[in-house]
Design a protein around this ligand. Structure first.
Ligand SMILES: N[C@@H](CCC(=O)N[C@@H](CS)C(=O)NCC(=O)O)C(=O)O
Length: 195
């Protein structure tokens, strides 16, 4: 049995989406970061957390990778060349999109006020547009990052693009925008959003 802890207006949404795609049994505790329930499981207070029976898993991408491997869906097998390419996409998206969005959030509301540098946003917005343009070239005709097969980094990319749009980042790449539109049509995404 899986128990997801984390409000879906956070990186917990990625895990929730994949759980719906996998059509497995799970329950959700929609907790904000640093709530008592979160801190009881993870001293950092960060979400998401996934409980697998009594074991606590942290970090959205590690959790998604575990779930995809365990259920042999939305991934290529560990040790295959295709998996290495897939993981390359995952790491690129973490480095070049997630990290930028998180830096913007930290300087907007996460860090203590005296440590925020709001002026950094302009540079982050520029860099995000450049990086999504680059990724769009790699995405090509897709429709998914790995061609015909949807994998974990497709969910990660789509979540980052939704996050970016909600914060007025500029996305120019037609390939990335088309990918996002296609991913949002998925019943599992809609179920995660609604549930
Ligand atoms: N790398 C982690 C980051 C987790 C994270 O920072 N989550 C945010 C919400 S999206 C959080 O809990 N922030 C609270 C904090 O930074 O203390 C992941 O992907 O799960």
């Amino acid at each position: 049995m899986y128990t997801l802890i984390g409000d879906k207006r956070s990186r917990a949404m990625r895990v929730l989406w994949l759980l719906h795609e996998l059509d497995v049994d799970f329950e959700v505790h929609a907790e904000p970061p640093h709530s008592e329930k979160v801190l009881a499981q993870s001293p950092s207070g960060k979400i998401p957390v996934l409980l697998v029976d009594d074991v606590v898993l942290t970090d959205s991408v590690a959790i998604m990778t575990f779930l995809a491997d365990k259920h042999s869906q939305f991934t290529y097998p560990a040790g295959s060349i295709k998996r290495a390419v897939q993981d390359g996409f995952t790491q690129t998206i973490l480095d070049e999109l997630d990290a930028i969005l998180w830096t913007a959030s930290r300087h907007k509301f996460v860090l203590p006020k005296e440590h925020r540098v709001p002026e950094v946003r302009e540079s982050l917005v520029w860099e995000f547009t450049r990086n999504t343009n680059r990724l769009g070239v790699r995405l090509g005709d897709g429709p998914y990052l790995m061609g015909d097969k949807m994998t974990v980094p497709d969910i990660l990319l789509s979540h980052c693009i939704g996050w970016a749009k909600g914060n007025d980042f500029v996305i120019e790449s037609p390939e990335v925008l088309a990918h996002h539109t296609m991913m949002k049509e998925r019943p599992a995404f809609r179920a995660a959003l609604a549930g």
